[in-house]
Ligand binder design. Structure first.
Ligand SMILES: [Fe+2]
Length: 380
């Protein structure tokens, strides 16, 4: 068996309606001035933000609660800078990210920015890693998707230069993740499907990745089967509480895979699309995914056959069938299977081919000549 290391530095609380209990159990840790970073509107309307504020205000060592709620769906560097200023002025001691992956990623970047003297661009463009000067982070996801609560990356967009990229570093692992699936029960269908597809993409890509380990592969297999079973159930009935719980759990454990096995080409290729079209992460992944599988098949046939077996319980006989079955699954969730459907144009592809950043070498198909160009154009 392959030798491997496994890093899960975050303390995890998982369950339904566990938020208050979890925070109270952590009252020695959650202290001083707390900055809540959140994506706003719907969480305010549903009373989630008020709820957490009143729990915090009742905690023994909490001095003050400050809220920054201006985070967009693709969190922007400009927003992160505002959050850093607010946190510095308030002398924040701890950051709570409350919301979808965007709020959690913004919270991580703000925690790093408050703790360091450098500009946030030094991390984003200079590939400087966030150090232990980063403020402690508590992550409370309200969607089942990014797994950001257990990962060491914060994905951001430079809104001026239209670049989507990441800030990374072990210090960005949240100290505590409170994954309360009750939050996801009010998420509308479109977001449920898009974020749910992100979970599947994490499972498949970390499975195919050259950095996968027996542990991450075991988790991938479980999650592919879980998504194949429960995401279609949610497509039919958003009130399916069991399916909500299963998807929250699957999303969370994929955070472990992100930190330990990373992702493949679809994630790298989605970033420029998201930056230019302001479409969601899950939407771009869905539009790229079956095309990527077609190219990947030559390099990872056995694993991709297993993916289809776990997802659809079908014995796949070749790349055409793999692509068709994946497209069928994506369509059944109401998601797109081509880039054209999400507003990408051919002239945009000419531009973004050279804008893919990050390490693509984890993907076995990266060895194929002009692979990025081929996937973008075929997926169009
Ligand atoms: Fe993702």
């Amino acid at each position: 068996m392959k030798a491997y290391r496994l890093n899960i530095p975050t303390k995890i609380y998982f369950g339904r309606n566990i938020l208050e209990e979890a925070l109270k159990e952590q009252q020695e840790f959650v202290r001083g001035t707390v900055l809540i970073v959140t994506s706003g509107r719907s969480l305010i309307r549903l009373g989630y933000l008020n709820g957490i504020q009143s729990i915090l205000q009742g905690m023994m060592h909490v001095k003050k609660v400050v809220v920054f709620s201006e985070v967009s769906a693709n969190p922007r560097l400009s927003e992160v800078k505002i959050g850093i200023n607010i946190g510095k002025k308030a002398h924040a001691d701890i950051i709570i990210g409350l919301g979808g992956g965007s709020a959690l990623d913004a919270a991580k970047a703000i925690a790093a920015g408050i703790g360091h003297d450098e500009n946030i661009e030094d991390f984003f463009y200079g590939h400087k890693e966030a150090t232990e000067k980063t403020l402690p982070i508590v992550a409370i996801p309200t969607t089942a998707g990014t797994g950001s609560e257990l990962s060491k990356a914060a994905i951001l967009t430079d809104d001026k230069r239209k670049v989507k990229g990441g800030i990374r570093g072990a210090a960005l692992y949240p100290a505590i993740a409170i994954v309360d699936s009750a939050f996801t029960e009010t998420v509308p269908k479109k977001i449920t499907m898009e974020t749910g597809f992100d979970v599947l993409a994490h499972a498949v890509e970390s499975y195919i990745s050259k950095a996968s380990t027996p542990y991450t592969e075991m988790q991938s297999e479980y999650v592919i089967h879980t998504v194949g079973t429960y995401l279609p159930r949610l497509a039919l009935n958003l009130g399916d509480i069991e399916a909500r719980e299963k998807m929250s759990f699957a999303s969370m454990i994929m955070g472990i895979n992100l930190g330990n096995a990373s992702t493949c080409l679809p994630h790298r290729l989605q970033y420029p699309i998201g930056a230019h079209t302001d479409t969601s992460h899950g939407l771009g992944l869905a539009a790229l995914f079956s095309t990527w599988m077609t190219y990947e098949y030559k390099y990872s046939r056995d694993k991709l056959n297993k993916v289809i077996k776990l997802l659809k319980n079908v014995d796949c006989r070749g790349y055409v069938e793999a692509m068709e079955l994946m497209s069928e699954f994506i369509r059944s969730l109401g998601l797109p299977v081509s880039l054209r459907e999400i507003g990408v144009t051919e002239s945009l592809i000419d531009r973004i081919v050279n804008e893919v950043t990050g390490n693509i070498q984890n993907d076995p198909a990266a060895q194929e000549k002009d692979i990025i160009d081929k996937i973008y154009r075929t997926a169009f």
